[in-house]
Design a protein around this ligand. Structure first.
Ligand SMILES: Nc1nc2c(ncn2[C@@H]2O[C@H](COP(=O)(O)OP(=O)(O)OP(=O)(O)O)[C@@H](O)[C@H]2O)c(=O)[nH]1
Ligand SMILES: [Mg+2]
Length: 620
């Protein structure tokens, strides 16, 4: 479905035209009918016999109500630019056009109204005038219809034009997250709070949970209606009424947004801004503005790096006083605080705009790939990448799973995030190069820690850690006790290092080495890389540290074998029994048995140790 909107100067016959086309008077308020003037947005339903339909948003033409016009303007895709044939284009004809050029209008039809009040010559002149006035605007090449809402003349021709344009409009991104700016809120006795708006993109189904901005709470959709008809689900471009239980009328107002929870609220926005030519002299480096986004008017400040001197697109930041939910590439318009002069508008920079390349992939895949690249090493969840790519979370999830299967994305853990494979691979290539260089220079080292690698490569440790952990899982890196190495790497001690350790243990004989004395000896020895080599021996189990004592791995294996044999024989053993069994002193026996307890070999039971029957813990 699509939304058709009116625009044009006050009293030019917009509402009368809507009534003539649909039978519905868009002027809902008694005050409007009494004054014969539209004050706020009006709505109507246009339906053709073949089922083609559209929602109509009728706007006020009076400049005092421009804020209301702005609240309804963002939803329009097909514009009826209304010009009274007897008056010709007037200030708000131009102002409405200026606003709508920044928004989402795709097609325009120029409608000359009140044709019954002018002569043929005057009508021909009015057509010429209208054409001249829209030159260079979004209405430049628009078809033109002359109608009278009073006599009905020309209405059939206009209907045919509208029908043609509606059927030619592309459907509104169904795979995008739901985004509905609220334009009306009211309470209905027995039903609670009802809100209406134009569903700009995505789908809403009864029972959905949506996030309400700026309130920052979630709401459940109890019921849906499109122009008085109950629906189970609605798609983009529909005029929707939602029944929201548990929300007070006072908690929600025009300008609020109901959106898929994956879309986040933001208050600082990078924008591409194009000023109106006349507004250029009004711009300052920091310009206070009223920003119009969706149906909202939010006060904020537009900040330029370089203040524009011409009416060309420039990058800027829009700081909003209140956050709102935004979809990528959302359109906005800004006015001056006071007087409320229209300054210009543009789009809010999406995180990822897929390049329009010749790729044959579905647009959501290209958009997600672009979002992945933009997210860099930190990557993102399906929800976040989907939000950046303007793709619904579940669709984004499916696309990402396929990208992982195709090797184009990696799924990292803690926290879960998808990262572009080429981004991760670049890092991994650098990691492997760095490791290989280190392994060549100091082959006695067990490897490098993630922190060491992160510092050496100038990459944040959390991001790097998740990449190397993922590479370790699929075997592209080896890891042991927090050290990373190339998969084929086996550490090797230098002959001097090997000699040092051999001598130390040979000197000690059957006794274990005292750690403190050993460390001091290592320091004094002046053999290069000894502490790292020692670490490597500890990691490989060639040396085992038990409390303050150092054993050779082979010694521990021997003691363990004796202990297990004795326990199988005797079922249990005391500390004294163990001491005698291995012929050592109590000083070494106590920590050794505790070490075997911790290693899952033995278990303590009163004064005795018994064999642990449950499968041993991995720490052995
Ligand atoms: N003769 C004639 N009068 C018309 C026609 N269309 C509108 N009018 C009259 O023009 C006046 C203004 O019409 P509206 O439809 O209220 O104008 P509008 O553009 O909606 O005005 P605002 O919403 O206040 O900007 C009314 O008195 C209508 O009856 C038409 O085609 N022919
Ligand atoms: Mg009106």
């Amino acid at each position: 479905m699509h939304v058709l909107g009116t625009a044009g100067h006050v009293d030019h016959g917009k509402s009368a035209l809507v009534r003539a086309l649909t039978g519905t008077d868009p002027d809902r308020w008694i005050e409007e009918r009494l004054r014969g003037m539209t004050l706020d947005l009006g709505f109507a339903h246009l339906r053709f016999p073949d089922g083609v339909e559209a929602g109509i948003v009728d706007v006020p033409g009076h400049e005092r109500f421009l804020h209301n016009m702005l609240a309804g303007a963002a939803g329009m895709e097909l514009l009826l630019l209304v010009v009274a044939a007897n008056e010709g284009p007037k200030p708000q004809t131009a102002e409405h056009l200026a606003i709508l050029q920044y928004l989402n209008v795709r097609r325009t039809i120029i409608v000359l109204t009140k044709c019954d009040t002018v002569s043929d010559d005057e009508l021909a002149f009015a057509q010429e005038l209208a054409r001249e006035n829209v030159a260079g605007t979004i209405a430049a090449d628009a078809p033109l219809a002359c109608v009278s809402s009073v006599t009905g003349a020309g209405l059939e021709h206009l209907r045919a034009l509208i029908h043609g344009e509606l059927t030619a409009l592309p459907s509104r991104a169904p795979a995008a997250p739901a985004y509905l700016p609220v334009d009306r809120v009211f309470a209905l006795a027995g039903h609670g709070t009802i809100v209406t708006g134009t569903l700009m993109q995505g789908r809403i189904t009864v029972g959905d949970t949506l996030a309400l901005a700026p309130a920052g709470r979630s709401v459940r959709v109890r019921g849906l209606q499109v122009f008085g008809e109950k629906r189970d689900a609605v798609g983009g471009g529909s005029r929707v009424a939602l029944n929201l239980p548990g929300i007070e009328r006072s908690e929600i107002a025009r300008g609020a947004v109901l959106a898929s929870p994956q879309l986040e609220m933001r208050a600082n926005l990078d924008v591409r801004f194009r000023p109106l030519p006349g507004a250029v002299p009004l711009l300052r480096r920091r310009t206070p503005v009223r920003a119009y986004i969706g149906s909202a008017e939010i006060l904020g400040t537009l900040v330029f790096g370089i203040t524009p001197q011409e009416a060309v697109e420039t990058a800027a930041t829009l700081f909003l006083r209140e956050p709102t939910v935004i979809v990528p590439d959302a359109a906005f318009v800004v006015r001056r605080l006071s007087p409320k002069t229209l300054l210009g508008g543009g789009t809010i920079a999406g995180t990822a705009v897929a390049e329009a390349d010749a790729s044959t992939e579905p647009s959501e895949v290209t958009a997600i790939v672009a979002a992945l690249r933009a997210a860099g090493l930190a990557g993102g969840t399906a929800a976040a990448l989907g939000a950046a790519a303007n793709v619904r979370e579940d669709v984004a999830g499916e696309v990402l799973v396929r990208l992982v299967e195709d090797g184009r994305a990696l799924l990292l853990q803690k926290p879960t995030a998808y990262v572009a494979a080429d981004v991760a691979n670049d890092v991994l290539t650098r990691v492997l190069e760095h490791l290989r260089a280190g392994e060549g220079a100091s082959p006695w080292r067990a490897g490098m820690t993630a922190l060491g690698l992160a510092r050496a490569l100038g990459i944040a440790e959390p991001a790097l850690l998740r990449i190397v952990a993922c590479a370790a899982l699929d075997g592209r890196l080896a890891t042991r006790a927090g050290y990373y190495a190339t998969p084929e790497f086996v550490p090797a001690l230098s002959p001097e290092q090997q000699a040092f350790f051999d001598r130390a243990f040979a000197d000690a004989g059957a006794e274990p080495l005292d750690t403190t004395t050993f460390m001091a000896g290592m320091k004094a020895a002046e053999v290069r890389g000894l502490p790292q080599a020692f670490e490597t021996l500890l990691l490989s189990g060639a040396i085992v540290r038990v409390a303050d004592a150092l054993y050779l791995g082979s010694q521990i294996v021997e003691v363990k074998a004796k202990l297990e044999a004795a326990l199988r024989r005797e079922k249990r053993i005391t500390m004294a029994g163990f001491r005698d069994l291995i012929g050592t002193s109590r000083k070494f026996a106590v920590p050794l048995l505790e070490w075997f307890d911790a290693a899952g070999v033995t278990i303590r039971s009163g004064d005795y140790r018994v064999l642990r029957i449950t499968p041993p813990r991995r720490s052995a």
